[in-house]
Design a protein around this ligand. Structure first.
Ligand code: FES
Length: 123
């Protein structure tokens, strides 16, 4: 794997994944947004594991990094839609869901897929 270039801070790319952060960059219960190919990506760390989603709310496209992460619940700051941050599934409304990005941790970096998938079907 190639590390991010320390001079230009450009992320490494490998097998459809982009290194966005060091594996110790976020504390448990923190979230941060990153740019992948012009798309805002929300990276969340819960219970020591990373999850990534498209960072735009499916309701009216507000940035989810402006929302609140409380335990495993992510609340959009614009109109209070609530999501399970572990799965991306909607809690209120139940029918909403976030677009999930696959995450890998390797060689001290968190890598996020360049393509989104639907949120977990498990309810
Ligand atoms: S834009 Fe997120 S709840 Fe409306």
């Amino acid at each position: 794997m190639t590390e991010a270039d320390p001079v230009t801070r450009q992320p490494a790319r490998l097998d459809g994944f982009v290194a966005v952060a060091g594996d110790d960059e976020l504390w448990d219960g923190e979230m941060e947004s990153y740019d992948i190919d012009g798309a805002e990506i929300l990276l969340i760390r819960i219970d020591g594991e990373y999850r990534a989603y498209d960072g735009i709310c499916p309701h009216q496209s507000s940035s989810l990094v402006e929302g609140r992460l409380e335990g495993s619940t992510l609340t959009c700051s614009a109109h209070e839609w609530v999501f399970d941050a572990r799965t991306g599934n909607g809690i209120n409304p139940h029918t909403a869901c976030l677009k999930r990005r696959e995450v890998r941790v390797a060689d001290g970096s968190v890598l996020v897929s360049r393509t989104a998938t639907a949120a977990s079907a498990a309810r």
